[in-house]
Design a protein around this ligand. Sequence first.
Ligand code: NAP
Length: 276
Amino acid sequence: MSNVPVAVVTGSNKGIGLAIVRALCKQFPGDVYLTSRDPGRGQAAVAQLQEEGLQPLFHQLDIDDLQSIRVLRDFLKEKYGGINVLVNNAGIAFKVNDTTPFAIQAEVTMKTNFFGTKNVCTELLPLMKPYGRVVNVSSMVSCSALGRCSQELQQKFRSDAITEDELVQLMNKFVEDTKKSVHEKEGWPNTAYGVSKIGVTVLSRIQARMLNEKRKGDHILLNACCPGWVRTDMAGPKATKSPDEGAETPVYLALLPSNADAPHGQFVSEKTVKTW
Ligand code: NAP
């Protein structure tokens, strides 16, 4: 088994994820895994970074596929005995003008952004080594969407006692409510991406609480963040930040020094903790 520290970034064949891998290759003292659901796209991205003189490693990972997540889990466990840095970056968003029915957009978006991220965490968080760092890439849109939820939903999402099961039920309820076209009546905002990212931010708060309860002495720090508005296939060419700039806050959280005890369980934007 290797004693080399290891970092893993989901959805890193392009966009912000690729830029996070680039920065980690320069700054993280260990092996950095670029992962992609499509091995061809992943290997092409590895080749691109190699041309820049960097040495990322590759592993396939489709966060929608539990089997794929478990293969990566077993590989990391066997080769490294755990994980030092995990960045949950993979995500999707329908374009504003996409004509796919809203209920389908809700189901598909929730599947990857919330359930995929949650499944990666369920399988990989138990492997986090002491002083490990976990970064869940959410969005400021989670904050604006929260503000457009009913008071009752806002209270639930801000609760310090909400459980992962309760959060899962709420995310499923949103999808079911969109199918019945009652989501707005039920207090949800009209944004599938926004609600899926509420799920990612609240999941991060719950996971940080669980780490406090079960692994306090291990000094693991876990946070959600927003990368900013970044020029990628998702956000388009008008966005204000380059992918490398978008990687700055996620990388800052991934590399919090071993003597840091904060931030933890926070939503962080521009390297600053925001009120949820
Ligand atoms: P992007 O350029 O579209 O890249 C998304 C990445 O996620 C791609 O590598 C994509 O792989 C991967 N992905 C999607 N579904 C996946 C799955 N099931 N399994 C594994 N990988 C999957 O988007 P981006 O702008 O870099 O976004 C990265 C993260 O930042 C997302 O979580 C996004 O919500 C968040 N974010 C972005 C912005 C922004 O302004 N860009 C703002 C706030 C938050 P494929 O190439 O195979 O599709």
